[in-house]
Design a protein around this ligand. Structure first.
Ligand code: UD1
Ligand code: CA
Length: 469
């Protein structure tokens, strides 16, 4: 029989993720909890893709819409109307995927660390062994909470004993069921439909007993690294997995030529990409789908979230969110780039500068203490210390335009909507409420008056000896 290479072409992929995750004690479905900034179930979908398999079906139930939303285009969804256990969940999936598959690869949505090459190995072992079901087991130092692999005297798999129903002798078994397995489709539906009930649930693990009763062969291959096949049921396990995930990501970065001075205090999300020879200083957090170029210098004490940084960017002791920084842009220390900030190349943002929804042109400088919001700023502009863009009138946010090579002096309010023409000068201390034409000088402050000898007169009148208030 032609099975298509390793049999991959004939394999349907199902991820079970309908459960609520009661043991998480959360209002949010377990599948949605982030690990390395990515929802648990999405890690499993990604592992399937990296293993070179077809688009998976994800069984969803609790908060189905929200899970479907994050998986849109990455997976098909199957609704499990009542959460009646992993056996019922797989049966729903089989109904949805229809005929035409020889085997179904099953993954649990709460096993996010599963390595793609383990999935490939499982399929190869299954193909070679010819069993009706090949499971992945592992030796867990602390097996509590998992289903135990019960083997007969000859070493063959005899059953899976779930923790709740396991005898004390079975509880002592350290070989556990990871949930990852591949099942022959022929005959599976009937076995699933007839699974025994445990309260309100039918366990997929009981299908092993069903197959054995029919004289079919069930095999378990032991995964060498138990950490990568752990299931997440509790926040404690989520934290454990986070530490493992973080180390995996850091190692990947180090191998790709990124310098990380202190891995112990560097937090990089799973989706982040970093170019060669970039240096990450201690206490730095790179979050979300952040992409960093080569030769950048980030940190110390810096958080960058969902942003794109080109080559040679420097960010020191600052916070950057949903922003785009072109090559050689420099930020910090102590600045805050909020959503929608875009810096062209060679822009310099110094200390205590906040930007929001603002585009800054090539080589422009805002060195100290400024707020720049909802503005479009040209190239080679100088923004003086204390410049505030007054973008909010209490009702609406208004735009500001500053032309190339304009010079905005210190302590200036630019009351939006307003336009400063190219090459214009705004005198220090001005509150600008009208557009300034290009190359013009705007002064919008009270004229200075000097009262000659005023202090001398005041002292002669004894003013300086009067008690201070
Ligand atoms: C399950 C296995 C156990 C194994 C462990 C590995 C069963 C009965 N037990 O236990 O042998 O050692 O995983 O981590 O399968 N789900 C649904 N619909 C449901 C119930 C669950 O889709 O009605 C999904 C959950 O969202 C979850 C997965 O199936 O992603 C496993 O369910 P969970 O309740 O976490 O099973 P465990 O008790 O961990
Ligand atoms: Ca689980």
């Amino acid at each position: 029989m032609f099975t298509g290479g390793m049999g991959l072409g004939n394999t349907a992929v199902v991820i079970l993720a309908a459960g609520r995750g009661t043991r998480m004690r959360s209002a949010m479905a377990k599948a949605l909890h982030p690990l390395g900034g990515v929802p648990l179930v999405e890690h499993v979908v990604r592992a399937v893709r990296l293993a070179g398999l077809s688009t998976p079906w994800v069984v969803v139930g609790f908060q189905a819409e929200r899970v479907e939303e994050i998986l849109e285009a990455k997976a098909y969804s199957v609704r499990q109307p009542l959460l009646r256990g992993t056996g019922d969940a797989l049966l729903r999936a089989l109904d949805a995927i229809g005929d035409g598959y020889d085997q179904v690869l099953v993954l649990y949505g709460d096993g996010p660390l599963v390595p793609p090459d383990l999935i490939q190995e499982l399929l190869a072992v299954h193909q070679a062994g010819g069993a009706a079901c090949t499971l992945v087991s592992t030796m867990m130092p602390d097996p509590s909470g998992y289903g135990r692999i019960v083997r007969a005297a000859d070493g063959q798999v005899a059953a899976i004993a779930e923790e709740r129903e396991a005898s004390p002798a079975q509880r002592a078994i350290r070989e556990i069921n990871t949930g990852l397995g591949v099942w022959r489709v022929a005959g599976l539906r009937r076995i699933l439909a007839e699974l025994p009930w445990h309260g309100e649930e039918q366990y997929l693990t009981d299908a092993v007993t069903g197959l054995l009763a029919q004289g079919a062969k069930v095999e378990a291959m032991v995964a060498p690294d138990c950490k990568r096949v752990m299931g997440i049921n509790t926040r404690r396990e989520l934290a454990e997995a986070e530490a493992i995930m973080r180390r995996l990501t850091l190692d990947r970065m180090l191998e790709a030529g990124v310098t990380i001075l202190d891995p112990a205090t560097t937090y990089i999300d799973a989706e982040v990409e970093i170019g060669q020879d970039t240096v990450i200083h201690p206490m730095t957090f790179l979050r979300g789908a952040t992409k960093v170029g080569r030769d950048c210098e980030l940190g110390p004490m810096t958080t960058i979230t969902a942003s794109r940084l080109a080559d040679g960017v420097v960010v020191t002791r600052s916070v950057v969110e949903q922003s785009v920084l072109a090559s050689k842009a420099r930020v910090g220390p102590f600045s805050h780039l909020r959503a929608g900030t875009s810096l062209d190349r060679d822009v310099k943002i110094g200390n205590f500068v906040e930007l929001k929804n603002t585009r800054v042109g090539i080589g422009t400088k805002a060195g100290h203490h400024a707020y720049l919001g909802d503005a479009t700023i040209g190239g080679r502009v100088n923004i003086g210390a204390g410049t505030i863009i007054v973008n909010y009138d209490g009702i609406a946010k208004n735009p500001t335009f500053i032309g190339d090579e304009a010079f905005v002096g210190c302590n200036v309010n630019l009351v939006a909507p307003v336009e400063i023409g190219p090459g214009a000068y705004v005198a220090a201390g001005s509150t600008v409420t009208q557009n300034v034409p290009g190359e013009a000088l705007a002064i919008a402050r009270a004229r200075q008056e000097n009262k000659t000898g005023w202090v001398t007169t005041w002292k002669l009148q004894g003013g300086d000896r009067a008690p201070r208030p």
